[in-house]
Design a protein around this ligand. Structure first.
Ligand code: BES
Ligand code: MN
Ligand code: ZN
Length: 490
């Protein structure tokens, strides 16, 4: 996987600052006050820093952003960045500052002079999250270069390094999600995906893979129907992290459609390549499990992903086919392109039967309609439980991951009626994301607190976000990790 940027925390001698090579970043408050290290830089540059922080340009800058001075006199560095950051910045602002530093750094060596700033660990987190690029398939020399490490000069390196360690674990989870989501479908087949998850055994996760014969035995026909037109075998991967006591686990379930052509209800050609990210829900579940294992979370969590490819073929499922779910309910497949809910129905039911979870959250790039409704800044949140839902929304807000609750209700169920089966898999154009959620709810037991996250708009985007370049964002890994921390480890 793409390795996170190496970040070292160490102390720095004032006399060494003039000799630092590559890029140097210092911090100044909105009012223009400088710490000891920044004051030394100001002296070396014959007052250039003071001139900047007293200028109109500084006045007009946003907190968390930076201004670059090139080839600063009196220093060996190639460029000097001055970040505008209040002394008591909150974590959101500190992380944004880190992201601004990542963009300034690029592949070069960088030293951040953070002295005694209270949010140094959070700055390093923003820096690490933004320092990502998916370049495994680029062969030019520039893309092959490894990023030079970042050094963060702080007064108490050991204490800051200890604060940053769990954040680095989450960064690795986010990168794992992004890599999976960016990976094209000829590389990330169902088998390749399952193998990457099996490799996480080494981190202490218990990973089991259910193959087609076992899925058949379990009666997962809504899942298997989606994959029957593909050369790649359908799989369900179960990842268990037992860091808590004896209590039942919390369950995360992800849609892992490695490619969604639409099947016989074939999608139009324009933009179809984007459907390489249709396993984004499974990607987030996998990234969260990786983060939990790496930071040895004190919680019991089980992650399940349904890995399948939706292809048209002589053996593919047809519109009008009736399939029997593991639960026993029958589904008329009106549209083979509404396949995500068929995948989730069986995996969610299996998760509840097998693990009796204390709660369940599923993630899926489920509907184009959620993009029409919420765009690319918020995921759709659907829930049968206010407490769990509020806790999730709070965690998402704290992590700056957009999430917006959508309504549900029995009135929408009428749209799912089928002439021949217990339900149809589509409910027409009106409220397309809500009827999809209503469909899923039929496979949620009454007593299971549940959230469905429709991440079609946020899993992968066409322009950069605060913490990611364009492409896969890893949306949700941070919020879910925080929810688990708050719920079970707080
Ligand atoms: N994977 C798509 C949803 C999607 C669309 C994800 C755009 C990301 C970007 C899903 O399987 C799908 O095709 N949904 C259909 C449902 C419809 C047939 C009821 C849709 O949204 O058009
Ligand atoms: Mn589809
Ligand atoms: Zn899909």
């Amino acid at each position: 996987m793409t390795s996170p940027l190496e970040i070292r925390f160490q102390s720095v001698e004032l006399d060494d600052i003039a000799l630092l090579e590559g890029r140097v970043t210092i911090l100044a408050t909105p009012e223009g006050s400088l710490d000891t290290l920044a004051r030394r830089v100001n002296r070396l540059t014959k007052g250039a820093v003071k001139r900047l922080v007293e200028s109109d340009a500084w006045e007009g800058m946003k907190d968390g952003s930076g201004h670059v001075l090139s080839m600063p006199v009196g220093m060996a560095a190639d460029a000097l960045q001055v970040i505008r950051l209040p002394k008591r910045a909150d974590i959101k602002l500190a992380r944004k500052a880190g992201a601004a530093i990542a963009k300034f750094k690029g592949h070069d060596a960088l030293t951040l002079l953070a002295a005694g700033h209270g949010r140094a660990a959070e700055i390093s987190y923003g820096l690490a999250l933004r320092a990502y690029s998916f370049s495994v398939h680029k062969t030019d020399e520039d893309s092959q270069k490894v990023m030079k490490p970042a050094v963060i000069a702080v007064n108490d390196p050991e204490a800051i390094a200890a604060q940053a360690a769990p954040l680095a674990a989450i960064t690795e989870g986010v990168f794992f999600t992004r890599d999976l989501t960016n990976e094209p479908a000829n590389v990330l087949t169902t088998e390749d995906f399952a193998a990457r998850l099996a490799a996480m055994q080494d981190l202490g996760l218990d990973v089991t893979i259910l193959d087609e014969p076992e899925l058949e035995k379990l009666g997962m026909r809504t899942l298997l129907g989606v994959g029957q037109g593909s050369r790649s075998p359908t799989k369900v991967v179960v990842m268990k992290w037992n860091g808590g006591g004896k209590e039942a686990p919390f369950a995360l379930v992800g849609k892992g459609v490695v490619f969604d052509t639409g099947g016989i209800s074939l999608k139009p050609a324009g933009g179809m390549e984007d459907m390489t990210m249709d396993m984004g829900g499974a990607g987030v579940v996998s990234g969260v499990m990786r983060a939990l294992a790496l930071r040895k979370a004190k919680a019991n969590v089980v992650g399940l992903v349904g890995l399948v490819e939706n292809m048209p073929d002589g053996n593919a499922q047809r519109p009008g086919d009736v399939v029997v779910s593991m639960k026993g309910d029958t589904v008329e497949v009106i549209n083979t392109d509404a396949e995500g809910r068929l995948v989730l129905a069986d995996v969610m039911w299996y998760a509840q039967e097998e693990f009796k979870p204390t709660g369940m959250i599923n993630l899926a790039t489920l509907t184009g309609a959620i993009i029409i409704g919420l765009g690319h800044h918020n995921a759709g949140v659907f829930s049968n439980n206010d407490d769990l839902c509020d806790a999730f929304l709070k965690a998402a807000d704290a992590e700056d991951e957009g999430a917006w609750r959508m309504p549900m209700g029995p009135k929408y169920d009428k749209q799912l009626e089928s002439r021949v089966a217990d339900m149809a898999n589509v409910g027409g154009r009106a409220a397309g994301s809500i009827t999809a959620a209503q469909f899923l709810q039929r496979f949620v037991k009454e007593e299971t607190p549940w959230i469905h996250l429709d991440i079609a708009g946020v899993a992968s985007v066409k322009s950069e976000t605060d913490f990611a370049p364009k492409g896969a964002t890893g949306w949700g890994v941070r919020a879910l990790d925080r929810l688990i921390r708050d719920k079970y480890e707080g």
